[in-house]
Design a protein around this ligand. Structure first.
Ligand SMILES: Nc1ncnc2c1ncn2[C@@H]1O[C@H](COP(=O)(O)OS(=O)(=O)O)[C@@H](OP(=O)(O)O)[C@H]1O
Ligand SMILES: Nc1ncnc2c1ncn2[C@@H]1O[C@H](COP(=O)(O)OP(=O)(O)O)[C@@H](O)[C@H]1O
Length: 234
């Protein structure tokens, strides 16, 4: 079943000539200039792929400060799912910036485009029947909500790494906080750039009595949710 805004045979809206936007990637990204296009369906769809894999496609979106443990959770979760015979794929912000998003920096509009593109790719993976684990700072609530709105609501599972800045900064595995504090990186999230915590996330990972749960425990929290919501069976 195609998503509502991609419904087949829907009339194509004619968009005015946008050539005056040429060279402005971000203006172009928010508007579509494709006309006379049609949705193409195949006999083998999402339902058939999910049956084959005995799971339901979804997006687990992990958000949080640099150093909060997003990649650690993503990898631990992927490993745990693999051991249960479930297929997942990790989209890591750092890794995507080596390829698909290599043209983007860290200004607000570039982060927005980074999240939008990643959301579109995550949606494709979910449609392929996979459990897609996206781990990006994704500091803006509106950008995360845009990704949520691309999918049926229950299929977007937002996981908030609610770790204090002091812990992330003490970890500083890449030395980036140190550089940001020294003024050598401008616009670093949590230091001189904003992070907007989720208001209504599905899962929150936080310290318990000042102790951070282990990667296995964090992954277990997500697996329990996926199991309860029926994503690990067809
Ligand atoms: N200015 C600034 N602010 C935040 N992070 C920075 C910055 N410059 C480089 N980095 C490194 O880039 C990684 C974050 O990339 P993301 O694609 O996840 O960022 S975002 O979602 O577009 O905000 C982030 O990786 P993680 O530490 O894994 O979060 C950093 O290593
Ligand atoms: N649950 C945890 N317990 C202990 N150390 C952790 C945990 N999660 C992450 N770390 C460590 O914290 C650092 C940052 O983790 P990482 O997953 O790279 O964060 P992010 O992807 O959010 O930047 C790494 O050195 C990692 O080994």
């Amino acid at each position: 079943m195609p998503y509502p805004h991609h419904s087949p045979n829907s009339p194509q809206i004619q968009i005015p000539n946008l050539s005056f936007f040429s060279g402005n990637l971000f203006a172009m990204a928010t508007l579509s200039n494709s006309t006379n296009i049609f949705w193409q369906d195949c006999q083998i769809g999402r339902a058939e792929r999910q049956k084959l894999l005995n799971q339901k496609g979804c997006v687990v979106w992990i958000t949080g400060l640099s150093g909060s443990g997003k990649s650690t959770l993503a990898c631990s979760l992927s490993r745990e799912l693999y051991s249960r015979g479930k297929l997942s794929y990790v989209l890591d912000g750092d890794n995507l910036r080596h390829g698909l998003n290599k043209d983007l920096g860290f200004k607000a509009e570039e982060r927005t485009e980074n999240i939008r593109r990643t959301g579109e790719v995550a949606k494709l993976f979910a449609d392929a029947g996979l459990i897609c684990v996206a781990s990006l700072i994704s500091p803006y609530r509106r950008d995360r909500d845009t990704c949520r709105s691309m999918l049926p609501d229950a299929n977007f599972i937002e996981v908030f790494m609610n770790m204090p800045l002091e812990l992330c900064e003490a970890r500083d595995p890449k030395g980036l906080y140190k550089l940001a504090r020294a003024g050598k990186i401008k616009g670093f999230t949590g230091i001189d750039d904003p992070y907007e915590p989720p208001l209504n996330c599905e899962i929150e990972i936080k310290q318990d009595g000042g102790v951070c749960p282990t990667p296995t425990v964090m992954a277990g929290q997500v697996v329990t949710y996926l199991e309860k919501e029926g994503f690990l069976e067809h």
